[in-house]
Design a protein around this ligand. Structure first.
Ligand code: PHE
Length: 452
């Protein structure tokens, strides 16, 4: 299928769709979306998030894939190549840098949270029973209080991730994705059905979808915008790096639509399942990052065959997290190998070491270092805020400006190969809606802060 002899491509369009879904569907949809929605006013967050996915996320996803495919390389190279081709300043490659740095920052806490999932998988396999909400909370708090347990799982998860990257991305992840992604969907559907049967789906539904204007504050909007970026893997070079392996003939628009739909669907299913169980077992939706790890074990404990189901569930979530984590390291490792000529093994393990060190800091921020705060946030909170709410939206805006205003219509049209009305609609949204939307949200959030 390859049209460029120098660069391998995915074995088919479906393979690309699957790995891109693999990057976007991850802890963001299953772990982060429910707890964010729970602590940011429920439906207000959910509805703005859906709007952002449609109006900002989808157009940007298409733009990022396009730049990656045209630029044929890691994010920095892709930006340099396309900037040169279109007569733009080489400075645009800064965007690639910001993305790669952001991706590594995300990975440092992503790996720790994936470690939580591994710990729960281990617990499920060894038959842990959580009977009450109090038990469930305690169980989670005990995990957070132990730097060794957190550190061990974090190390293991990162080693798994770097191990795949060291072997090369095309060979490493395509095959596994084909089986495990559909399996994850299936198990989420079963879990939602269980939530419907045994939980309080009615309250969950209203909590997620009743529009309540009074909870719609600027910071909820920024959180929702940020999460749209996080869940679609945008602005961090991950999608650009994957796009660079996409063959010339695949439709970027179709692919993006699949990816956006899959991620959103997974988030909504996970949200419905988790909230119906949260309300049923008397947990608070605003429980925070531990929400799913408290609500689900409780539900599994009351489910026939709960232990098998729990093990399967955590295994698949772990897999989803793994494929996302791989896409977080790929851009930087691709840069080290392609531009610096470093061997892939050394590049992958070296990068892993840096991320590991930062991740150890994150592990400690839950216990020994929990007193150290910046703006009332621990290290985990700072990294999350910095990446999701600042770096991703800003770099997304820059990508929109670059693709919408700088690359030039003829080239963009040639690369996108979209029918006329759809192309015009996309291009218009990319040029006007995406940048203005992001600027407005930023002004709204930052102005009141600054005038304090
Ligand atoms: N989208 C991934 C998730 O939802 C996280 C991610 C962010 C991956 C940015 C790559 C780049 O879990």
């Amino acid at each position: 299928m390859s049209t460029s002899p120098a660069r391998s491509t995915w074995s088919s369009r479906w393979a690309f769709i699957l790995v891109t879904i693999g990057s976007s569907v991850g802890l963001g949809n299953i772990w982060k979306f429910p707890y964010m929605a729970g602590s940011q006013g429920g439906s207000a967050f959910v509805l703005v998030y859906l709007l952002c996915v449609l109006l900002v996320g989808l157009p940007l996803l298409m733009a990022e894939i396009m730049i990656g495919r045209r630029g044929r390389g890691n994010p920095v190279t892709a930006m340099l190549n396309t900037a040169e081709e279109t007569g733009n300043s080489a400075w645009w490659c800064v965007l690639g840098w910001v993305g790669m740095l952001g991706a590594l920052l995300i990975l440092s806490f992503y790996s720790v949270v994936s470690g939580w999932i591994m710990d729960y998988l281990y617990q499920a396999l060894t038959g842990l029973q959580v009977e009450t909400a109090e038990n469930a909370r305690q169980n989670f708090d005990t995990l957070l209080a132990s730097p060794w347990r957190l550190g061990l799982w974090h190390t293991l998860f990162l080693a798994m991730t770097v191990g795949v990257i060291a072997r090369g991305v095309v060979a490493g992840i395509e095959v596994a994705n084909k089986i495990l992604m559909p399996a994850l969907f299936l198990i989420l559907i079963l879990l939602t059905l269980w939530g419907w049967w045994a939980g309080d789906m009615h309250t969950a539904w209203h909590f997620m979808f009743d529009f309540k204007a009074e909870v719609l504050t600027p910071s909820v909007i920024l959180a929702a915008v940020g999460h749209a970026f996080f869940s679609l893997s945008l602005g961090m070079g991950a999608i650009m790096a994957y796009g660079s392996y996409l063959d010339r003939n695949s439709s970027i628009a179709n692919t993006s639509l699949w990816v956006a739909m899959a991620g959103t669907l997974v988030g909504i299913l996970a949200g419905l399942a988790i909230f119906s169980l949260t309300f049923r077992y008397g947990l608070a939706p605003s429980e925070g990052p531990g929400l799913i790890l408290q609500a689900l074990p409780l539900a599994f404990a009351h489910m026939p065959g709960g232990q098998v189901f729990a093990s399967l569930f955590f295994l698949l979530v772990l897999f989803a997290a793994w494929t996302s984590a791989i896409s977080l390291v790929e851009p930087f490792v691709a840069w080290l190998t392609e531009r610096m000529g470093i061997h892939r093994y050394a590049a992958a393990w070296g990068t892993g070491l840096i991320v590991w060190l930062l991740g150890v800091g994150v592990c400690l921020s839950f216990n020994l270092w929990s007193a150290y705060k910046l703006f009332d946030l621990d290290l985990f909170g700072v990294l999350d805020f910095l990446t999701s709410r600042i770096m991703m939206p800003l770099s997304g805006m820059a990508i929109a400006i670059y693709a919408g205003w700088k690359m030039g219509l003829p080239l963009v049209r040639e690369e996108m190969r979209l029918e006329a009305p759809m192309f015009s609609l996309w291009f218009w949204v990319l040029r006007y809606i995406v940048p203005t939307g992001i600027v407005l949200v930023f002004c709204h959030v930052l102005m009141p802060e600054m005038s304090k």
